[in-house]
Design a protein around this ligand. Sequence first.
Ligand code: CO
Length: 164
Amino acid sequence: MERIRKYGDKVLRRKSKEVKDIDEKVQKIIKDMKEVLFRAKGIGLAAPQIGILKRIFLAIHPDNKNLIVVINPVIVEKSGKEIDMEGCLSFPGVYFSIPRAKKVVISGINEKGKEIEIEGDGLLARCFQHEIDHLNGVLIIDYATEEEKKLWKEKLQQIKRNGS
Ligand code: CO
Protein backbone atom coordinates (compact mmCIF):
# COMPACT_ATOMS: atom_id res chain seq x y z
CA MET A 1 0.00 0.00 0.00
CA GLU A 2 1.30 3.41 -0.98
CA ARG A 3 1.71 5.95 1.80
CA ILE A 4 0.59 9.56 1.63
CA ARG A 5 3.47 11.99 1.26
CA LYS A 6 3.24 14.71 3.86
CA TYR A 7 4.24 18.36 4.06
CA GLY A 8 8.04 18.58 4.09
CA ASP A 9 8.43 15.80 1.49
CA LYS A 10 10.20 17.41 -1.47
CA VAL A 11 8.23 15.40 -4.04
CA LEU A 12 5.18 17.58 -3.25
CA ARG A 13 7.05 20.61 -4.57
CA ARG A 14 7.88 19.18 -7.97
CA LYS A 15 5.88 19.71 -11.14
CA SER A 16 4.14 16.62 -12.52
CA LYS A 17 4.49 15.50 -16.12
CA GLU A 18 1.73 14.98 -18.68
CA VAL A 19 0.54 11.43 -19.18
CA LYS A 20 1.21 10.29 -22.75
CA ASP A 21 -0.37 6.83 -22.77
CA ILE A 22 -2.93 5.37 -20.47
CA ASP A 23 -1.10 2.08 -20.18
CA GLU A 24 -1.05 -0.61 -17.52
CA LYS A 25 1.36 1.41 -15.42
CA VAL A 26 -1.02 4.37 -15.34
CA GLN A 27 -3.97 2.06 -14.55
CA LYS A 28 -1.99 0.66 -11.62
CA ILE A 29 -1.24 4.19 -10.34
CA ILE A 30 -4.97 5.04 -10.50
CA LYS A 31 -5.84 1.82 -8.67
CA ASP A 32 -3.30 2.63 -5.94
CA MET A 33 -4.61 6.19 -5.69
CA LYS A 34 -8.20 4.91 -5.25
CA GLU A 35 -7.13 2.66 -2.40
CA VAL A 36 -5.24 5.45 -0.68
CA LEU A 37 -8.09 7.95 -1.12
CA PHE A 38 -10.75 5.55 0.21
CA ARG A 39 -8.61 4.41 3.12
CA ALA A 40 -7.85 8.02 4.08
CA LYS A 41 -11.55 8.96 3.60
CA GLY A 42 -10.42 11.97 1.62
CA ILE A 43 -12.31 13.87 -1.08
CA GLY A 44 -9.39 14.30 -3.44
CA LEU A 45 -5.91 13.00 -4.14
CA ALA A 46 -3.23 13.96 -6.65
CA ALA A 47 -0.58 11.52 -7.90
CA PRO A 48 2.38 13.41 -6.35
CA GLN A 49 0.79 12.73 -2.95
CA ILE A 50 1.80 9.09 -3.40
CA GLY A 51 5.15 10.11 -4.87
CA ILE A 52 4.19 9.82 -8.56
CA LEU A 53 4.94 12.90 -10.66
CA LYS A 54 2.21 12.41 -13.25
CA ARG A 55 -0.70 14.70 -13.99
CA ILE A 56 -3.48 12.57 -12.51
CA PHE A 57 -5.97 13.36 -9.78
CA LEU A 58 -9.00 11.75 -8.18
CA ALA A 59 -11.96 13.50 -6.61
CA ILE A 60 -15.14 12.33 -4.94
CA HIS A 61 -18.22 14.20 -6.14
CA PRO A 62 -19.69 15.84 -3.01
CA ASP A 63 -23.31 15.20 -4.07
CA ASN A 64 -23.47 11.73 -5.65
CA LYS A 65 -20.15 10.44 -4.19
CA ASN A 66 -19.06 9.26 -7.64
CA LEU A 67 -15.33 8.90 -8.15
CA ILE A 68 -13.90 11.29 -10.73
CA VAL A 69 -10.56 10.44 -12.35
CA VAL A 70 -8.90 13.16 -14.42
CA ILE A 71 -5.67 12.80 -16.38
CA ASN A 72 -3.88 15.90 -17.73
CA PRO A 73 -6.46 18.30 -16.28
CA VAL A 74 -6.70 21.88 -17.50
CA ILE A 75 -8.93 24.64 -16.14
CA VAL A 76 -10.79 26.04 -19.14
CA GLU A 77 -13.21 28.36 -17.34
CA LYS A 78 -13.28 30.06 -13.96
CA SER A 79 -15.85 32.32 -12.38
CA GLY A 80 -16.76 33.87 -9.05
CA LYS A 81 -14.81 33.82 -5.84
CA GLU A 82 -15.33 32.10 -2.52
CA ILE A 83 -13.21 31.96 0.61
CA ASP A 84 -13.44 28.80 2.68
CA MET A 85 -11.43 26.59 4.99
CA GLU A 86 -9.42 23.99 3.15
CA GLY A 87 -7.48 20.95 4.28
CA CYS A 88 -5.22 18.44 2.55
CA LEU A 89 -4.28 14.80 3.22
CA SER A 90 -0.64 15.95 3.11
CA PHE A 91 -1.37 18.37 5.99
CA PRO A 92 -3.31 16.19 8.46
CA GLY A 93 -5.37 18.27 10.87
CA VAL A 94 -4.37 21.64 9.38
CA TYR A 95 -6.81 24.05 7.71
CA PHE A 96 -6.23 27.33 5.94
CA SER A 97 -8.70 29.89 4.70
CA ILE A 98 -8.24 29.99 0.92
CA PRO A 99 -9.91 32.04 -1.82
CA ARG A 100 -10.84 30.01 -4.91
CA ALA A 101 -12.98 30.46 -7.99
CA LYS A 102 -16.53 29.44 -7.10
CA LYS A 103 -17.11 27.67 -10.40
CA VAL A 104 -14.65 26.03 -12.76
CA VAL A 105 -14.83 23.93 -15.88
CA ILE A 106 -11.98 21.54 -16.36
CA SER A 107 -11.03 19.39 -19.31
CA GLY A 108 -8.85 16.31 -19.45
CA ILE A 109 -9.08 12.62 -20.15
CA ASN A 110 -10.61 9.88 -18.07
CA GLU A 111 -9.06 6.51 -17.21
CA LYS A 112 -10.46 5.00 -20.43
CA GLY A 113 -8.68 7.63 -22.52
CA LYS A 114 -11.86 9.52 -23.36
CA GLU A 115 -11.80 13.31 -23.48
CA ILE A 116 -13.93 14.80 -20.73
CA GLU A 117 -15.13 18.17 -19.55
CA ILE A 118 -16.53 18.59 -16.03
CA GLU A 119 -18.13 21.57 -14.37
CA GLY A 120 -17.55 21.99 -10.67
CA ASP A 121 -19.29 24.34 -8.29
CA GLY A 122 -18.48 25.15 -4.66
CA LEU A 123 -16.68 22.29 -2.92
CA LEU A 124 -16.06 20.36 -6.14
CA ALA A 125 -14.62 23.46 -7.85
CA ARG A 126 -12.40 23.98 -4.80
CA CYS A 127 -11.28 20.37 -4.94
CA PHE A 128 -10.41 20.63 -8.67
CA GLN A 129 -8.32 23.76 -8.10
CA HIS A 130 -6.60 22.21 -5.07
CA GLU A 131 -5.67 19.00 -6.92
CA ILE A 132 -4.44 20.86 -10.00
CA ASP A 133 -2.26 22.96 -7.67
CA HIS A 134 -0.68 19.70 -6.44
CA LEU A 135 0.30 18.85 -10.03
CA ASN A 136 2.19 22.14 -10.16
CA GLY A 137 3.88 21.73 -6.78
CA VAL A 138 1.59 24.27 -5.11
CA LEU A 139 0.32 23.53 -1.59
CA ILE A 140 -2.33 25.03 0.72
CA ILE A 141 0.35 26.65 2.89
CA ASP A 142 1.29 28.84 -0.08
CA TYR A 143 -2.01 30.68 0.39
CA ALA A 144 -1.68 31.08 4.15
CA THR A 145 -1.10 34.40 5.85
CA GLU A 146 1.82 34.82 8.27
CA GLU A 147 -0.75 34.84 11.07
CA GLU A 148 -2.22 31.50 10.00
CA LYS A 149 1.24 29.97 9.66
CA LYS A 150 2.04 31.13 13.17
CA LEU A 151 -1.22 29.66 14.46
CA TRP A 152 -0.39 26.25 12.94
CA LYS A 153 3.36 26.42 13.55
CA GLU A 154 3.67 23.54 16.01
CA LYS A 155 1.35 21.26 14.07
CA LEU A 156 3.26 22.00 10.84
CA GLN A 157 6.58 21.23 12.53
CA GLN A 158 5.11 18.01 13.87
CA ILE A 159 3.99 16.95 10.36
CA LYS A 160 7.44 17.73 8.99
CA ARG A 161 9.04 15.66 11.75
CA ASN A 162 6.71 12.65 12.02
CA GLY A 163 4.44 12.92 9.02
CA SER A 164 1.32 13.13 11.17
CO1 CO B 1 -4.06 18.19 -1.10
